[in-house]
Design a protein around this ligand. Structure first.
Ligand SMILES: N[C@@H](CCC(=O)N[C@@H](CS)C(=O)NCC(=O)O)C(=O)O
Length: 209
């Protein structure tokens, strides 16, 4: 049997859609979660190809880049989590890059800011800038879908990323980025609802994830 290990930090972050994709794909995996000092020591020892996480090891071979790993999991297990159709594939890839690249990079500095006022200032700039652009773009793409998901009836890896992001904004755990940021985007909210109600996602939640 293929040996799979996913290494990330404790939280959801970039790894949660990967954890869900592995679960939906019925690929058993070791869910290794590092504390930051542990990560820093392993990084200093050169253990991670890009010095960052997540890292997915498949039979001992390390993979990096979240979007590429999501596509890999979807295809490796022969699931329909990544569409065969070129246009739908573009929509999925484009949204993955919006959330995993544009938004994550904008958000990261604020995660390390200890001054609460400065942090909220940074978050206001994110909401007014990249978050608005990404949500508006995703909303526009979703307008071409008959729903309930981004590209139609089938849950894809892009819905995993949208769904976990919507869940995070709704949870209020990210200071300055709460449920109100979704107000102008009913289709994005609807994808978040369909994601939360999907039987596979419900089963994932019941697993304790
Ligand atoms: N492009 C990479 C970015 C990975 C990345 O920036 N990971 C962050 C955590 S979300 C990290 O490892 N940060 C720790 C550090 O760079 O010190 C991906 O999509 O996987």
């Amino acid at each position: 049997m293929t040996q799979i290990r996913l290494t990330y930090f404790e939280g959801a972050g970039r790894a949660e859609p990967l954890r869900i994709a592995l679960f939906l794909a019925k690929l058993p995996f070791e869910d290794r979660r590092l504390k930051f000092p542990e990560f820093a020591a392993m990084r200093a020892a050169g253990e991670f190809p890009l010095n960052s996480l997540p890292v997915l090891e498949v039979d001992g071979r390390a993979m990096v880049q979240t979007a590429a790993m999501l596509r890999f999991v979807a295809r490796f297990a022969g699931t329909d989590l990544y569409p065969a159709d070129a246009r739908a594939g573009f929509v999925v890839d484009s949204v993955l890059d919006c959330f995993n690249d544009t938004l994550s990079h904008a958000l990261t500095p604020s995660l390390f800011e200890r001054d609460q006022e400065k942090k909220l200032e940074m978050r206001r700039a994110i909401v007014a800038g990249p978050l608005t652009l990404v949500l508006r773009y995703t909303e526009r793409l979703a307008a071409d879908s008959k729903g309930p998901f981004l590209t139609g009836e089938t849950l894809t890896i892009a819905d995993l990323v949208i769904g976990t992001s919507v869940k995070q904004y709704r949870s209020g755990t990210l200071d300055g980025i709460g449920p109100e940021v979704l107000e102008a985007y009913p289709r994005v909210r609807a994808i978040g609802d369909a994601f939360a109600a999907h039987p596979g996602i419900v089963a994932y939640g019941q697993r304790g994830g």
